[in-house]
Structures are given as C-alpha cells and as structure tokens.
Design a binder for this molecule. Structure first.
Ligand code: PMP
Length: 358
C-alpha cells in the first residue's frame, strides 16, 4: 500500500514514473541489463542523457544560450561551485537572505568572496519576502543570489528579482512546479530529489556567456566550463538520476507541461491554505502573497498536541508531516507528484483531529 507522503525531500515521485522504471528495471531498452548497469559511454545511455536534456529544454523553455549540466554534490555543492565559477577572490556577491537555505548559501559563499546581504527578512522571523525595488545590488557585484522557494518556512517569490548583475536561483524546491522566466536568470540550479527524481543529481542551467572564468582551484567535477564542453561526462554522471529525470519530464509533458503543473499545484495549495485560514485551530504565519505552493508549514493551536497529530496522521496513511527540526510545528510538502486527493485526505484528517482535540 502506498501512503500519502508529504516529505520535503527526498519526496514522492509520480506513480506512473515508478511503475515505468519498475517495468524497465531488469531489461532496459532490450539491453538485457538495468539502466544502472550500462556504461555511461554506451550509445544507448548517451542517447538517454541527451533525450533527458532535450526534454528539460522543452519543458522549461531553455534556449541554446544556456548550457544544461547534470552533476553531483547536491544544491549544497552548488553553494560552493557557484562562487568558484562566477566570481574571483575579492569580488562581492549579493544575496537576498530569506530563510534557512539562503543562510546556508551565504555561509558557503563567504568562504570564497565578500558577501553583501542586500535584503534580509530575519526580523520578520522569515514570514515575508523583500518587495521588488526595496533593495539595491552594489555596482560590480559578481551576481545576485536568491532562493525562489524556501523549503523550511514555506515562502515563495512571485517574481524574479531584478538586478544589474546575473541573477542566480537555488530552485531546488520549486523547479518544474510552474512556468519560469529562464531568460531572467544567469544560473538556475536545483537538487533533483523534490520535483525531478532521486537524490544524487543536481541540475545546473547556466548562461553560456558566464562560462570560461572558473577559478583555478575549482574542482574539475564542479567546473561548469569543463562540464559544459564534456556534456556533463567528465567522469561518471549520476546515470540512474538522469534516466529517472527523463521519465519524470515525460510525465510532466503528458500532464500539460509547466502550465499543467501550475494549475494542479495552485488548486492543491488553495485547498490547504483555505482550510487552514478558516480554522481557529491551525495557522500559517506567512504573508499570503508569498506563501509557497510546494511547502506548507502550519501550527496547531496547542503545540502539546504536535506529537499526537503526527502519530495519528501516520496511522491514517499520511506520512512525514512533522515540521523541520529547526522550526517545529507541521509541514506538508505538496510537490508535483502529490495528487489533489492526497491533499483532500490531509484536510479531512485535519478536520477530524480538530473536532476531537480542538
Ligand atoms: N536548497 C534548498 C532550497 C533546499 O530545499 C535544499 C534541500 N532541502 C537544499 C538547498 C540542499 O540540497 P541538497 O541536499 O541537494 O544539497
């Protein structure tokens, strides 16, 4: 029996994707092997990787001005790789500090360059985002980094920040969830384990004019220029992740592309936030305009009931609802693969819990 899995990541994958992977597991493309057992240099795998890239370009609308890289080391790895590839020692990197993940990206960048935090919403306890035009990026900044979706506190930008510098997005928890203006970005990177596939794969979309200036100490596997020239195969790429991303993108295409994902995600988010806002028992502190469609944190009126909520939910087949250990409360992650009826099951459970304990 499959449960309704509200994990923030690694997260649930579409059932169609898992069933297809299962059906191809022992004999992938009449090779007599699983995709995990074939050489990354084989004709069949190279074709699979290039089909995955073509699908990503089609789904996200990525032009030839950008290279698509398929690397390892997660988004955390890219927190270091970005300054190494895009800045020189002594440069200034501008950051919007909007939550726990931007904080981590800032800490990593500080090892390599000067950091200017040009907007910081810590004073609001990360319940809101900086308004467009309310901050200034210093002239000559190597780039402006932001986190379009803060996974832990559930905030999501409704716009791409404007800057006179390349804009870099850590899109780990919102990539593929709605249409995105790729051309407004210099770089988009994302760990795969929420909306794209299994962990172990990180996708980097980088404008080609930003390549060619890596620092000499950049590890070769994270040298975006070298990897772009080698089709991300300077060494063994995460082959299973690439394959599964390809299947996920097929599913996204068959489900109406990013417009289809957006319609589905909006409906799910409206259902859950609508219920929370109408209830005196549950609450969400985030400014409504900036509420995430992907991660919905919520508090119970009485935190003493948190443990009971989680365990009763689990008994009802609703798993991974405890909030991040740093903030407590609850969090329901509603990535692309979560169907509307999963969210309806959660709302029904929450109603019942409120009736019994409220
Ligand atoms: N950035 C964001 C927004 C995230 O949600 C996460 C993972 N939860 C990370 C970075 C770290 O990703 P990884 O584990 O792939 O390094």
């Amino acid at each position: 029996m499959r449960v309704h899995n509200f994990s923030a990541g690694p997260a649930m994958l579409p059932t169609d994707v898992l069933t297809r992977a299962q059906s191809e597991l022992l004999d992938w493309g009449s090779s007599g092997m699983s995709v995990m057992e074939v050489s990354h240099r084989s004709k069949a795998f190279v074709a699979c990787a290039s089909q995955t890239e073509a699908s990503l370009r089609e789904v996200m609308g990525i032009s030839d001005e950008y290279a698509c890289l398929f690397l390892q080391g997660g988004a955390l790895g890219m927190f270091a790789a970005t300054p190494l590839n895009l800045s020189a020692a002594g440069d200034t990197i501008a950051f919007l500090n909007t939550g726990d993940w931007s904080k981590k990206a800032i800490a990593e960048a500080k090892k390599y360059a000067d950091v200017a935090v040009v907007a910081d919403t810590a004073a609001s306890n990360f319940t809101t985002l900086p308004a467009p035009g309310s901050y200034e990026v210093p002239a000559g900044a190597a780039y402006l980094h932001y986190t379009p979706n803060e996974t832990i506190r559930g905030l999501e930008f409704d716009h791409v920040p404007a800057a006179d510098a390349p804009v870099v997005a850590d899109m780990s928890s919102s990539i593929l969830s709605r249409p995105v203006d790729v051309d407004a970005h210099g770089v988009i990177y994302a760990g795969a384990q929420k909306n794209m596939g299994p962990s172990g794969l990180v996708v980097v979309v980088v404008r080609r004019d930003l390549l060619g200036r890596p620092r000499t100490e950049t590890p070769t596997v994270w040298d975006w220029t070298v990897q772009a020239e080698a089709d991300s195969m300077i060494n063994t790429p995460p082959t299973f992740g690439l394959y599964l991303l390809g299947l996920t993108l097929d599913w996204v295409k068959a489900s109406g592309g990013l417009e289809g994902m957006a319609a589905r995600n909006r409906e799910k988010a409206e259902l859950l936030y609508g219920f929370i806002d109408a209830s005196p028992f549950y609450s969400n502190p985030v400014t409504p305009a900036y509420r995430s469609w992907m991660n919905v944190p919520f508090l119970l009126a009485d935190p003493e009931l948190d443990k009971q909520f989680v365990s009763e939910a689990e008994e009802a087949g609703l798993t991974n609802l405890a909030g991040h250990r740093s903030v407590g409360g609850m969090r329901a992650s509603l990535y692309n693969a979560m169907p509307l009826d999963g969210v309806q099951a959660l709302v029904d459970f929450m109603k019942g819990f409120e009736r019994t304990h409220g």
